[in-house]
Structures are given as structure tokens and as C-alpha cells.
Write a new protein. Structure first.
Length: 278
């Protein structure tokens, strides 16, 4: 069996030949590249034996692959790491993989092993009582609504900051107004971003409270608070960023806080999404 990697999105396909098109990004068959040496390397790994001294004898143990059941990161070694280098999950949350990349014993994880493009529903977990929240959660995961909505504030906040900076520096009232309308647009979409992010955290990442998720939550709250200040301060005082205003630079600093927090949250989100990418 060969392994083929989509040259566009990185999707891995394990068959004798690549698919006619990628099920994730729909790239044509010609965009797939055969991963050379994967299977043979796995066989070599099985044959390679590293002696470990145990009570005067040698215990020959093969190198193994372990997958984090929280973020999908794959680790190569005799044992899983003490903590996942991506999401910080404990070693007990790793599962051993066979040479085909499947969990040893057929025990697939409910959310952690979800690869890009795969979805998890409550039915997969054996739930019989499907609530409205369960249906919404499944829909959020299936349609990837969190990363979709995250692109809106991540794209608008930098524009907001640039417009506001230019407005202050060149005293252009129209750009300051444009920055204000951008902040309103961000404020409208943020509740959806936070809600879908919470569902992703609870369902896909098991609600684990490690540093990467805590930082993302803090950054999300900073963005929400900062954008609220930008919008409502401007409504209360239309001249808050006008030329000669004593609060002009403070207002701009609040916008920079929103930009920094959004950037950090976006970076950590990308780190989680691509944790299992080889």
C-alpha cells in the first residue's frame, strides 16, 4: 500500500494509487505526490532494535509512533513524550499507532484523531439522547465554522489599525470613520467566533486546560474587551480620535492591543490545526 500526499492541502491518502481528486480541497489527481520510503521505513524501524539495559539483560524494543488524542500531533519514539509539544496534553492522552497509522487495537479516539477534513458527531460517541446543543456542535465541527468565522476579525482588525493610524498621522477624518465601521463589523462577528471556538475546544480538543488553550481564551477575551472599548468609546465621544484629542493615542493603543491579541490567538490556532501535518 502506498501513501499519497496532496500537494495543495497536505491530505494523506493510503491506497495503491491517488484519488481522482482530493476530498478536502478537490485538487486533481496530478497534484498528489507519493511519499517515498514511508512503508519501507516502517519495516526498517521494526527490524531496528535498540538495546535497553534491564536487570543485566537486553530488552530489544522497536521505535514507535504515538498520536496525541487532543490535537493529533504524531511523536516518534519508544514512548510518548511526557507532554505534547503542541497542546501540552499529558502522555496518558497519547495512543500508539501501527505502521498503517491506525491506533493499535483499533481503539480510535473520539475527537483527537480527527484529521483535517474529518468530522465527529455525537452518534460516533454512542450518545442516544441528541440535544439541540449536540446538533449545533456537530454542525460547527462538520462545516468548520470556527476557522471560517475567525478569518473575519483576523482580517478586519489589521485594516482597522492601519486606517486608524493613517487617520491620526495624516489627520484624515474619513479613514477614522472607516476604522470605526470596521470595529463595528468585528464586534458583530466576535460572539460567533467565541461560541464556535468554545465548541471546538470542548468537542474536538476535549476541553483540556493546558497553556495553549488558556492563552487562546485570554486573547479572545482581550480582543472582545478591546473592540467593545473601540466601538462604545467612539459612540460616546465621536472626537476620541480626532486631531488634538488628549485620548487619541490611548484609543490607538487599545486598537493595538486588539491586534496583538488576535495575532497570538490566530498563531496558536494555526499551530493546533497543523499539529498532525507531516
Amino acid at each position: 500500500m502506498s501513501e499519497w500526499e496532496c500537494g495543495v492541502c497536505g491530505y494523506l491518502h493510503k491506497e495503491s494509487k491517488p484519488p481522482e481528486k482530493c476530498p478536502i480541497c478537490e485538487a486533481p489527481e496530478k497534484m498528489f505526490i507519493e511519499k517515498q520510503g514511508d512503508v519501507s521505513d516502517a519495516k526498517v524501524v521494526e527490524e531496528k532494535e535498540d538495546p535497553v539495559e534491564i536487570t543485566g539483560t537486553h530488552d530489544f524494543r522497536p521505535n514507535k509512533q504515538w498520536r496525541c488524542t487532543v490535537c493529533g500531533y504524531v511523536h516518534n519514539g519508544v514512548e510518548p513524550p511526557e507532554k505534547c509539544p503542541v497542546c501540552g496534553a499529558d502522555k496518558s492522552l497519547f495512543v500508539e499507532l501501527d505502521v498503517e497509522g491506525n491506533a493499535v487495537g483499533g481503539e480510535e479516539e473520539d475527537v483527537a484523531a480527527v484529521a483535517p477534513g474529518e468530522t465527529v458527531t455525537d452518534a460516533n460517541k454512542g450518545e442516544t439522547d441528541v440535544t439541540l446543543f449536540s446538533r449545533i456542535s456537530s454542525l460547527v465541527l462538520k462545516l468548520h465554522l470556527h476557522p471560517i468565522h475567525t478569518h473575519f476579525p483576523n482580517g478586519l482588525i489589521p485594516v482597522l489599525v492601519v486606517f486608524l493610524g493613517l487617520a491620526i498621522y495624516f489627520d484624515i477624518a474619513a479613514l477614522e470613520t472607516a476604522a470605526f465601521f470596521n470595529s463595528i463589523a468585528v464586534l458583530i462577528v466576535l460572539p460567533v467566533v467565541i461560541f464556535t471556538g468554545y465548541i471546538e475546544w470542548q468537542k474536538r480538543y476535549k476541553g483540556i486546560k493546558t497553556a495553549i488553550f488558556i492563552v487562546k481564551i485570554i486573547c479572545s477575551m482581550l480582543v472582545l474587551a478591546s473592540v467593545n472599548v473601540l466601538v462604545f468609546w467612539r459612540i460616546i465621544d465621536p472626537n476620541v480620535a480626532a486631531e488634538g484629542s488628549t485620548t487619541q493615542m490611548i484609543y490607538f493603543a487599545v486598537a493595538l492591543v486588539a491586534l496583538g491579541a488576535a495575532g497570538i490567538a490566530g498563531h496558536l490556532g494555526g499551530k493546533l490545526v497543523f499539529a498532525g501535518r507531516t
